[in-house]
Design a protein around this ligand. Sequence first.
Ligand SMILES: Nc1nc2c(ncn2[C@@H]2O[C@H](COP(=O)(O)OP(=O)(O)O)[C@@H](O)[C@H]2O)c(=O)[nH]1
Ligand SMILES: [Mg+2]
Ligand SMILES: [Zn+2]
Ligand SMILES: [Zn+2]
Length: 371
Amino acid sequence: MVIGGIFMKKKMEAICPYCFTKLVKSKVFFKCCKETFPSKSISKMKGNCKSCKKTTTTRICGHCTAELPYTFGLQKEVVISVIGAKEAGKSHYIGVLLNKIMNEMGMAFHCALQPLSDETIRRYREDFHNPLFKNKETLQVTMSARSDKKVQRPLLYNLSFFGKNIFGKKVIKSVITLAFFDTAGEDMNDEDTMATVNKYIYNSSGIIFLLDPLQITEVRERLEGKIPLPYQNSEVEDLLSRTANLIKKGRDILPNQLINIPVAVSFSKMDALDDIIDGSSIVKNNSPHIESQAINKQDFEDVHHQMQNYITRFGGGHFISQINANFINYSCFGISALGSNPKDAKITNTLQPRRVEDPFLWLLWKNKIIS
Ligand SMILES: Nc1nc2c(ncn2[C@@H]2O[C@H](COP(=O)(O)OP(=O)(O)O)[C@@H](O)[C@H]2O)c(=O)[nH]1
Ligand SMILES: [Mg+2]
Ligand SMILES: [Zn+2]
Ligand SMILES: [Zn+2]
């Protein structure tokens, strides 16, 4: 996700939402007839073409040549990335979260989500909305960005926040741009600092680290025979250290320094753990933030402590220490995109997402976009 606020003073650089390269003015080009020519500033929206003498508003990225959104350079980007091993639940999470933001967050936080391109509208509908909400099917496994060009392009949205000016008139207070880049775990490679996936991660201002609790050995032992369990994969173990390494490399952070990006350590598929966690646990409750139309800091704290206790109790303590050893600021979350365990790729119960908005709202709050 890429987020930024409008009303920025002069900007010197901005992140291309397609290749996640930081662009300075000489790397933003106007395009017109057969000409491309560099822009004189990051936020200049019009250029005069020397060939045809007309004005053009089409701007392209000097790195990947993608056409930049019309809002490019007017907003301060805050990239929020969703990271997780294969089958951790990233795609289902993104699909359900987008639906949540679109349909429920608007009223509560006075905001509106708008797709930035036709491609985004089509892909959200075909790849996420129709299977999940119409056909009640689980989503196909995300192909690696290397084999599927489509996933190399993020879904792009504007999230506009409204308020009133001093005369009581409704105005747009800030606009943030969200870019959802559905990564396949195998695309992350800590060697290649120029890879799109890596730039997406090290340029982010917030990370949602999705972890599948059904990969934890002790959880598996307790649930054995009760529900179908996914194959155990070893990828989870080193994903965190790879992430930390590539951020340090990409940002020139020394190995002994901490990373200043807030991390929402989020356990997915919490519905599957209902039988092995306390009935009174607040992680089973609905999220309070949207209903109370404000961030509930106490709830963030309570969920964090409960989840951290569960993780440690189930033998994931070393994971928490690794997070602690690399990041300044993190908080634990428990979410469920579906609300129940799917059977044979079918969602049998009604979709009942649980607490999917929590990590997202926490990161918006940490980035001072909502308070
Ligand atoms: N019980 C349960 N299973 C889920 C949930 N979300 C995803 N899954 C399962 O996990 C599998 C992998 O999810 P997916 O989103 O494709 O993972 P990705 O590879 O990280 O994108 C899905 O096919 C579902 O079977 C959830 O909220 N609850
Ligand atoms: Mg996926
Ligand atoms: Zn021209
Ligand atoms: Zn680009």
